[in-house]
Design a protein around this ligand. Structure first.
Ligand code: BG6
Length: 499
């Protein structure tokens, strides 16, 4: 990459002392710096309430990046500045404006300003308003806003937040982060589908029986009990990450690989999701909450005993659901999703189950034969498994299962960028493909709202599961009713075996 193709930018991070900045943002920006993706004239302005100095921020940045060359780290940290800002106070923003202008003048950085909202969501609207009224967003270069989830709590609050943001930024300047869209194998879905003649012709209701998407976690709510208890798994994972994966799996091929074309196709899928009325929720969705249990041979407490969680909470820590997409391609194909905390494995995996052949010649072996499956391993293993039936070796006409494995992260894990690194880089280059458009957010909330309303009014039962299990039994029954079952997920994919 030559220097002229690396935009000179000032990145302003709201929430510079917070956990996200330390865990994800600083290491990601460092990796971009190390790989030579940043212009020599770039600056990062850390903003938070605490009265820190530049030196304190630089020490924190250094601490958050492990095992790197000391002199490179020192050079990197020189690009960081800190200012304490009360986000509700206009005067504070005037000081921020002064600092940004000074840095731009001192280092000859054009007024390309990127703002990253990585603090409590209740401040997002106020920050946007204050950036606007103090003229920080009136630049002679470009301006972009990266915003973390949650994008609202429901449709109404999301609309309100969007209106506030739009006072300072236009839609094509707002980069709504869904970090799942930065994951290597989530990005690979489009290539697997549209780059392979053997899949796309089969990718429809004639050949696919059902699609299963699992995103399970072993962790509980950790120190986020306060936020999580008002959110739950539906808002935390389904409204965004799970529905984004559904959209990528179900969308029509875009005409071109432009952000607009791809997003338009995703939006069409979200609009085609069959709405579920409050009365129908119990039939299509299961909500669960973890009780005490055991994970990795360690006893863990139940959700209601977690810090900052109401001891009578009815918040769901698990969701399983059946979605229908009312389109020619997908009519009749259920998309099953499940996600939860304190489950037995930390895995994200997609299973495409193909229909059986109309006539099975190997009837003797019928019970042993399995349908063809395409498994997309999103994390922690990254790769694909294609599950076929083959001939048992020897004088026999019996069948054996055959697994064709491709391991993505076995090849070059060193250089696989982290989701955040990729997304920050995309934003620097002005590429919006892997960010969510307002229409996607709005449509997703419209789909999810009736479900959360039914649950809030306690119209459906809350199922319980022991920590360390793959969810409550009701989640298994949801598929059994259709004659299907969740395909077993392996803890570790053995990419070395072919059968
Ligand atoms: C976040 C949720 O968006 O995604 C968290 O707020 C969840 O609750 C996390 O733990 C899961 O992300 P990943 O990348 O670990 O699957």
């Amino acid at each position: 990459m030559n220097e002229s193709s690396k935009p000179s930018t000032t990145l302003v991070i709201f929430g510079a002392t917070g956990d996200l900045a330390k865990r994800k943002l600083y290491p990601s920006i460092f990796n971009l710096f190390k790989a030579g993706h940043l212009s020599k004239s770039f600056a990062v302005v850390g903003v938070a309430r605490r009265p820190w100095s530049n030196e304190e921020l630089r020490a924190t940045v250094k601490e958050s990046i492990k095992g790197e060359d000391e002199s490179l780290l020192n050079e990197f940290c020189q690009h960081f500045y800190y200012i304490s800002v009360d986000v509700t106070n206009k005067e504070s923003f005037m000081e921020l404006k002064g600092l940004i202008e000074k840095i731009e003048n001192d280092h000859q950085i054009p007024q390309n300003r990127m703002f990253y909202m990585a603090m409590a969501p209740q401040h997002f609207g106020t920050i946007a308003t204050n950036l606007d009224v103090t003229g920080i967003t009136k630049t002679t270069g470009w301006k972009r806003l990266i915003i973390e989830k949650p994008f609202g709590h429901d449709l109404e609050s999301a609309q309100q937040l969007n209106t506030e943001l739009r006072s300072a930024f236009s839609e094509d300047e707002i980069y709504r982060i869904d970090h799942y869209l930065g994951k290597e194998m989530v990005q690979n879905i489009e290539i697997i589908r549209f780059g392979n003649a053997i899949f796309e012709p089969l990718w429809n209701n004639r050949y696919i029986s059902n699609v299963q998407i699992t995103s399970s976690e072993t962790l509980g709510v950790e120190d986020r009990g306060g936020y999580y208890d008002t959110s739950g798994a539906l808002r935390d994972m389904v409204q965004n990450h799970m529905l984004q994966m559904v959209a990528l799996l179900a969308m029509e091929p875009p005409n071109r690989l432009t952000p607009e074309d791809i997003r338009n196709e995703k939006i069409k899928v979200l609009r085609a999701l069959r709405p579920i009325s409050t009365e129908e929720v119990a039939e299509h969705f299961v909500r669960g909450q973890y009780g005490p249990g055991e994970i990795n041979n360690k006893e863990v407490t139940g959700y209601r005993s977690e810090k900052n969680v109401d001891p009578n909470s009815i918040t769901e820590t698990f969701v399983a659901g059946k979605l229908h997409i009312d389109s020619h391609r997908w009519a009749g194909v259920p998309f099953y999703i499940r996600t939860g905390k304190r489950m037995s494995l930390k895995v994200t995996e997609i299973v495409i189950e193909f229909k059986d052949l109309p006539m099975n010649l190997y009837y003797k072996d019928k019970d042993k034969m399995q349908p063809n499956l395409l498994i997309i391993h999103v994390q922690p293993d990254e790769g694909i498994t294609l599950f076929l039936n083959g001939k048992k070796i020897g004088i026999s006409d019996l069948t054996v299962p055959v697994y064709l494995n491709y391991c993505n992260n076995c090849i070059d894990t060193q250089n696989t960028p982290e989701a955040y690194e990729r997304l920050i880089h995309d934003c620097l280059l002005g590429d919006m493909t892997n960010f969510t458009h307002w229409d996607e957010v709005e449509t997703s909330w419209s789909f999810v709202d009736p479900i959360s309303k039914a649950w809030e009014s306690n119209k459906t039962d809350l199922a319980f599961y022991d920590a360390g299990k793959m969810g409550p039994k009701e989640a298994f029954e949801l598929l059994e009713k259709d004659g299907n079952h969740w395909w077993k997920i392996a803890n570790k994919v053995n990419f070395n075996t072919s059968c």
